[in-house]
Design a protein around this ligand. Structure first.
Ligand SMILES: [Cu+2]
Length: 248
């Protein structure tokens, strides 16, 4: 029990530090990613007592029971499976933790869905609040981004205006890829012959990463590009530079 409590106290800040260090990559760049990071942190912290308990039993078994006399350990205590209090605590505590995580997961899933798609369907939104549409196409081994509302400008880099909702229509020209906008917390399959949809609102100006997250052939590891989240004026001048008209 002492070993368990020591490990729990020692591991919890360590787990928090490790998950917190993920912020150093530039994330979160959207509310969705903030929720995802918070969820990773909560799951890590909540699993720490179990991790500490398993480690404590492991270490105790390794070092506390190493002396054997004949075919029996030198210090033998009663079997835990007949200990009602022990079994009750174990089953009770792990059930409470697991149920908490199920609850947390469901609430977060709803939250992330609302942040990705908005709370109002896109065709019912007022014109000045309509999301920017970007058609994303994966093929071995590049990404192409098309802006249908801006004279179908196409780009190999994903330019996005900050604080404006974006909808992605994602597809593939050949095999299954996966469109992963890392710091934005977007990850969705790109399937040939089908369109998958998701959305996000980038809330941080900067340069972020797109990667392919589905093994898709020889150069899968190099199927990546940059996301440039810029302010609205910079976005409009980029669109004009690319030959598209300013529509918003
Ligand atoms: Cu790919």
């Amino acid at each position: 029990m002492i070993l368990f409590i020591v490990l729990w106290v020692a591991l919890s800040p360590l787990g928090w530090l490790v998950t917190d260090a993920m912020n150093m990559t530039g994330a979160p760049a959207s509310k969705v990613m903030e929720e995802i990071q918070q969820t990773i942190q909560v799951f890590t912290i909540v699993s720490m007592p179990l991790c500490a308990f398993v480690l404590a039993v492991l270490l105790y078994s390794l070092f506390g029971w190493k002396h054997v006399q004949g075919d029996r350990p030198k210090f033998e205590s009663p079997a835990i499976r007949t200990n009602r209090v022990g079994v009750g605590l174990w089953v009770g505590a792990t059930s409470v933790l697991a149920l908490f995580l199920v609850g947390w997961g469901l609430v977060e899933l709803a939250q992330i869905t609302a942040n990705a798609y908005g709370t109002i369907p896109s065709d019912e939104q007022p014109d000045d609040e309509k999301p920017l549409i970007v058609n994303v196409t994966g093929q071995q081994w590049v990404w192409t981004f098309e802006y249908p509302e801006h004279d179908r400008v196409t780009s190999a880099q994903l330019y996005l205006p900050v604080d404006r909702p974006v909808y992605f229509n994602v597809t593939s020209k050949d095999v299954i890829h996966n469109f992963w906008a890392v710091e934005l917390g977007v990850k969705i399959d790109a399937n040939p012959g089908a369109i998958t949809q998701t959305g996000v609102t980038p809330n941080k100006i900067g340069t972020f990463n797109v990667r392919c997250a589905e093994l898709c052939g020889l150069h899968h590891a190099y199927m990546q590009t940059k996301i440039r989240v810029v302010d609205n004026d910079d976005f409009n001048s980029w669109v004009r530079e690319m030959g598209g008209q300013k529509t918003s």
